[in-house]
Design a protein around this ligand. Structure first.
Ligand SMILES: [Zn+2]
Length: 362
């Protein structure tokens, strides 16, 4: 069983350690640690050699309060020389405290993930994700000295390495500690549409309506046919390989799915796989006879490339796709609630949509 530690200044927050734990031989047992002064606390955490560290944002006591940042920094620095002891560090705080954290830009690279205490109270997916972080780190450490370790981390087969060997991916092998690799994989491979897709984007590429029949059967077939990503952190975040999906679709329907309308894709899938899937509708045209490709980053509904604008999204890596906002979300303004901004270069379209010169089919 993996051992984790949860540090919080308030004793009554002990219950969250239990909410982070998962049972079983390969489970995670999180114990509570009340924070003390920074140096003693750091010593205690390091001495326990945890597999997982969760920190509340506000540590210390009334006399000497401090945030989780210096402790995390200290643990990260130590891991640079003892890579085999590196482990996930996450932030677990109340919603309001996390706001303070997000304003503290330098702290962002220190934590693998942030969870609110409200999340822990209300949902259960966090348990799988926390355990997945632990297991992912163990995989990174175990394979740290392998040749082309990036391809081992991502569980790629030898022949398909070429599909994914972007320079920025190969450069992962030059990073100095597992936590650096973990963060790049989480931020740019798992969290972003690019070489991997989330399930909503898979269904959009297949032209399948998310709410229709047989969607689970369809996803099970993709799982059996090994389209699913099985590399580090895959237990916590379900993702699918873009290149495997494209090859799979082409082999099944004799055409690249991107050249077929949603209706055509679904009629092929239904015929070949004996399913009764429904075609997805474009949110802008309200039509299924159309070339849907991905989901809008604001409303997560399938959309054609031609009916989107680019979001402002400075990108460090070329293998990550940009974020797009569908015209409907521009019309309703709902993208703003999702924290997205439109790229300045799209002003012309935005003006036409907002003054009604371009209108949706709904
Ligand atoms: Zn949208």
């Amino acid at each position: 069983m993996f051992q984790g530690i949860f540090v919080d200044a308030i004793e009554s927050n002990k219950k969250f350690a239990e909410l982070m734990s998962s049972s079983g031989r390969q489970g995670l047992q999180v114990t509570f640690q009340k924070s003390t002064d920074l140096i003693n606390l750091a010593k205690q955490v390091l001495a326990s050699q945890p597999d997982f560290v969760a920190l509340d944002y506000h540590l210390g006591d009334k006399n000497l309060p401090y945030t989780a940042t210096p402790l995390a920094q200290l643990l990260r620095d130590t891991a640079l020389s003892t890579t085999d002891k590196d482990c996930p560090i996450i932030l677990v705080s109340h919603q309001n405290d996390l706001k303070a954290f997000f304003e503290n830009v330098t702290a962002h690279r220190l934590f693998d993930r942030c969870f609110t205490k409200e999340d822990l109270d209300n949902a259960s997916t966090h348990r799988e994700q926390m355990l997945s972080l632990v297991k992912g780190y163990k995989q990174l450490i175990k394979n740290w000295n392998k040749q082309e370790r990036w391809s081992v981390f991502l569980a790629l087969t030898e022949p398909e390495k070429l599909e994914v060997a972007y320079q920025a991916i190969r450069e992962l092998d030059k990073l100095k500690a597992p936590h650096q690799v973990a963060q790049d994989i989480l931020r740019y491979v798992i969290d972003r549409r690019g070489i991997l897709l989330d399930t909503d984007n898979v269904l959009a590429e297949l032209g399948v309506a998310k709410t229709g029949k047989d969607v689970d059967k369809m996803l099970n077939i993709l799982r059996q046919d090994k389209v699913m990503y099985t590399g580090v952190f895959s237990e916590g975040w379900t993702r699918w390989w873009q290149h495997r999906l494209a090859d799979w679709g082409k082999a099944l329907c004799d055409h690249s799915l991107g050249n077929m309308t949603a209706q055509e894709r679904v009629s092929c899938l239904n015929k070949k796989l004996n399913l009764t899937l429904s075609p997805a509708k474009s949110r802008w045209k309200n039509d299924t006879d159309t070339l849907l490709w991905y989901v809008c980053d604001s409303c997560h509904q399938p959309i054609e490339d031609e009916f989107t604008v680019m979001a402002y999204d400075p990108l460090p890596y070329t293998f990550v796709h940009r974020k797009y906002i569908c015209w409907k979300c521009v019309e309703t303004g709902e993208y703003q609630k999702q924290g997205l901004k439109i790229d300045d270069g799209e002003e012309l379209f935005v003006e036409k949509i907002q003054n009604g010169e371009i209108r949706s089919g709904t």
